[in-house]
Design a protein around this ligand. Structure first.
Ligand code: NAD
Length: 285
């Protein structure tokens, strides 16, 4: 068996063409969606991710502004900028590109973005709303995974799903989104004994462990949908995910490539959330 490739870049293009119509409709109400993005420090991967997000904003007609703070700046600088964006009516969505400096209190930024502008769905308020079953904005990476599965017609309701990774931005919200759509979800992590015993049961396997090629063909149930969130630059310069793509594609029913799978969908969900934020804010004026 050779798995069907879940082409995130193609699905994202379709999403952008629909969003352009909504941006045009907002334009007729004299509203241009605006996204303010902030990064702290000069992590090269963050710089590339932000560049892709700005390109996507341009594609659909969203105004974007990117601000960079020095890695050694006091956290108050970030809070002051977020406060300014929260109050700016031309900014409908705010993105704090992670990671933030390790010594900073993780609650700091997560508490400082206005919930109605939290288009990344990363604040604790957004995560709490998601847990309660009333999401404000779904976190972009897990929402992108679900959208990709749905576009491909992969059944979620009633299926066995296994998520590898329990981070607050990917693994945990991923489990909630799959559960909300009727899957029976197991969450595995670095302390899980017998990872393979769990992954082999999965009809849907989402891997977000940050470990290159962690998942081999023997760990996958034949015919499963395998979604690889991980992205790594290998010593030879090539990109790879958390899944051994070449081997697993011979076993799985569906599989995401790296790059071109989850990455473009994450960006598309950010753009969709920003358009939705602008629509909601325009409606409540
Ligand atoms: P993280 O480091 O915060 O969390 C990793 C999780 O994996 C942890 O819960 C850990 O317990 C678990 N884990 C680690 N080693 C494991 C192992 N051997 N077996 C089982 N579980 C293990 O990472 P994150 O922020 O959730 O990101 C995960 C990966 O996804 C990274 O490679 C990151 O770069 C990538 N990522 C990609 C996108 C995208 O848009 N494509 C978005 C976010 C993150």
């Amino acid at each position: 068996m050779t798995a069907i490739r879940l082409d995130g870049a193609a699905v994202a293009r379709g999403i952008y063409s629909q969003l352009k119509a909504r941006v045009a409709a907002l334009g007729r109400r004299n509203v241009r969606p605006g996204l303010a993005a902030l990064r702290v420090g000069d992590d090269p991967a963050s710089t590339i991710y932000l560049r892709n997000k700005v390109r996507a904003c341009n594609e659909v007609g969203i105004r974007s502004e990117v601000h960079a703070l020095a890695a050694d700046c006091p956290p108050e600088r970030l809070l002051a900028m977020l406060d300014k964006f929260n109050r700016d009516p031309g900014v409908h969505g705010i993105l704090v590109q992670l990671p933030l400096p390790k010594h900073w209190d993780p609650a700091l930024a997560a508490g400082a973005v206005a919930p109605e502008k939290d288009v990344d769905g990363f604040t604790w308020r957004s995560l709490g709303a998601l847990l309660a079953g009333h999401p404000l904005f779904e976190p972009c990476t897990p929402a992108g995974v679900v959208s990709l599965l749905e576009h491909a017609g992969v059944a979620i309701d009633g299926r066995e799903a296994v998520v590898v990774g329990r981070s607050a931005i990917v693994g945990k919200p991923m489990a909630l989104l799959l559960m909300a759509r009727g899957a029976t979800v197991t969450v595995c992590h670095s302390r899980t004994p017998d990872l393979e015993g769990h992954t082999r049961r999965a009809d849907i396997l989402v891997v977000a462990a940050g470990r290159p090629k962690l998942v081999s063909a023997g760990m996958v149930k034949p015919g499963a949908a395998v979604v690889d969130v991980g992205i790594h630059r290998l010593p030879d310069g090539k990109l790879a995910g958390d899944v051994d793509f070449a081997a697993v594609q011979e076993v799985a029913g569906w599989i995401t490539p790296v790059p071109g799978g989850v990455g473009p969908m994450t960006v598309a969900m950010l753009i969709a959330n920003t358009v939705q934020a602008a629509e909601r804010q325009a409606d409540s004026r």
